[in-house]
Design a protein around this ligand. Structure first.
Ligand SMILES: Cc1cc2nc3c(=O)[nH]c(=O)nc-3n(C[C@H](O)[C@H](O)[C@H](O)COP(=O)(O)O)c2cc1C
Ligand SMILES: Nc1ncnc2c1ncn2[C@@H]1O[C@H](COP(=O)(O)OP(=O)(O)O)[C@@H](O)[C@H]1O
Length: 254
């Protein structure tokens, strides 16, 4: 593996994701191993690794991937963007991923969409267990289900799928670090992932600092690779970027 400073920051061609990507994964956010990755500045939202719901994961190479996460935050969450709250106005600058000193773009920014496949139901976030695991008594009422739309917000993300050799886990985990600073946790929130590429294999490290340094480069790689138009969803991210990539699955109703 290249030294941190030698790792390329942009992966794949500018023309967009290549097969077998995009890969999809979804579930509700569960607790991880509680190692306090927040203290490291790298909180990770875990999804259950379930080869029934996510068949490709059984044979997926362990390692670091990048793409987009869509999270249905409850209405009480401080990062929830509601139309009524002026969510279509960028908060800071037109492209939050551009360096602060970047020259102004010659193209005006597109209006930001708050992705309002709004879900009202799920303020209590009932489990998204696979339909096959539901008994007829537990099956959701279809009338209620059609009325219940989720309020998805899209964010760039970087994630690890594997055994975390630094910690020598015995079970495989899927952990997503979203490239956004949230004002509160969102355990139990429904989350969808569109994985667009592979970054690197997972490694053991001589120190925690070395692990954190490599993860910070992974974040840079994801940020820079995803900022290209063919890698940015048409549907718009919560931070106001909009591009050409079809991210409709991330926001569509069940
Ligand atoms: C982008 C990213 C890359 C990671 N790469 C590695 C790795 O190469 N080796 C490893 O042991 N763990 C890796 N991890 C997992 C961290 O060790 C993990 O987030 C940490 O164990 C915190 O776990 P927690 O969920 O219990 O807080 C990575 C995590 C992320 C988000
Ligand atoms: N940027 C972020 N990316 C992912 N999760 C975040 C982020 N900010 C806050 N969180 C919250 O932090 C939780 C993970 O915290 P963490 O310290 O990694 O604990 P654990 O992995 O043991 O659950 C996530 O489930 C989510 O609710």
């Amino acid at each position: 593996m290249a030294a941190v400073e030698d790792r390329p920051r942009i992966l794949y061609s500018d023309s967009g994701p290549e097969p077998p990507y995009p890969l999809r994964m979804e579930g509700v956010v569960i607790s991880g191993f509680g190692r306090g990755s927040k203290e490291l500045g790298i909180p990770t939202a875990n999804l259950p690794v379930d080869a029934v719901a996510t068949p490709w994961i059984a044979t997926a190479k362990s390692g670091v991937y990048f793409g987009y996460a869509s999270v249905a935050l409850p209405s009480s969450h401080p990062d929830r963007q509601d139309d009524a709250a002026g969510a279509n106005e960028p908060r800071h600058r037109s492209n939050p991923r551009a360096p602060a000193d970047a020259p102004p773009s010659s193209h005006p920014p597109p209006p930001r969409t708050t992705i309002t496949s709004v879900s009202t139901s799920s303020e209590t976030f009932p489990s998204l267990s696979s339909p096959s695991s539901l008994t007829s008594q537990e099956a959701p009422n279809p009338t209620a289900a059609t009325l219940q739309k989720k309020h998805w917000q899209i964010y760039p993300m970087v994630m690890s799928i594997g055994y975390n050799p630094f910690y020598k886990n015995s079970v495989r985990s899927a952990e997503v670090h979203i490239l956004h600073k949230f004002g509160a946790d969102f355990y139990d929130a429904p989350m969808r992932l569109l994985i667009l590429g592979f970054v690197r294999e997972e490694r053991d490290y001589a120190s925690l600092d070395a692990l954190v340094a490599d993860i910070n480069v992974d974040c840079d790689v994801a940020r820079q690779s995803l900022a290209r138009p063919a890698w940015t969803p048409r549907e718009g991210t919560a931070d106001g970027s909009r591009g050409e990539f079809d991210g409709s699955w991330l926001v569509r109703d069940e």
